[in-house]
Design a protein around this ligand. Structure first.
Ligand SMILES: [Zn+2]
Length: 109
């Protein structure tokens, strides 16, 4: 979702201009290998988490994060069950948007 809105999905083709308006420019300077687009992903949004927990009960589960020192829903790798938390997912989505790579969008029924 866009970080500048309550519940607006970021959809393809990616609006990089808008995503860059809310870019975390400080973080980007610290680590230029990631754009730090103005995005909210799992880990930072309660409504999103509730929806994803219901939709994907097999792969999205409450897990404790040592980095964040709290529990929140994380994706579990379908192959090895490794935890994929907020930063992992945020980083991947940043890469996909940067490369204009399409992502399958879940539309809530
Ligand atoms: Zn894996």
């Amino acid at each position: 979702m866009f970080s500048d809105s309550k519940n607006e999905d970021v959809i393809f083709p990616w609006d990089k201009e808008r995503l860059l308006q809310n870019q975390d420019i400080f973080a980007h300077f610290q680590d230029p290998s990631i754009e730090y687009y103005g995005l909210k992903v799992i880990g930072g949004n309660d409504d999103l988490e509730e929806m994803l927990l219901k939709r994907f009960p097999e792969t999205i589960k409450m897990q404790y994060s040592k980095t964040q020192k709290r529990s929140y829903p994380m994706n579990l790798c379908e192959h090895c069950k490794a935890k994929q938390g907020e930063y992992f997912i945020y980083r991947r989505i940043n890469d996909m948007i940067k490369n204009m790579q399409e992502i399958e969008v879940l539309v809530e029924a």
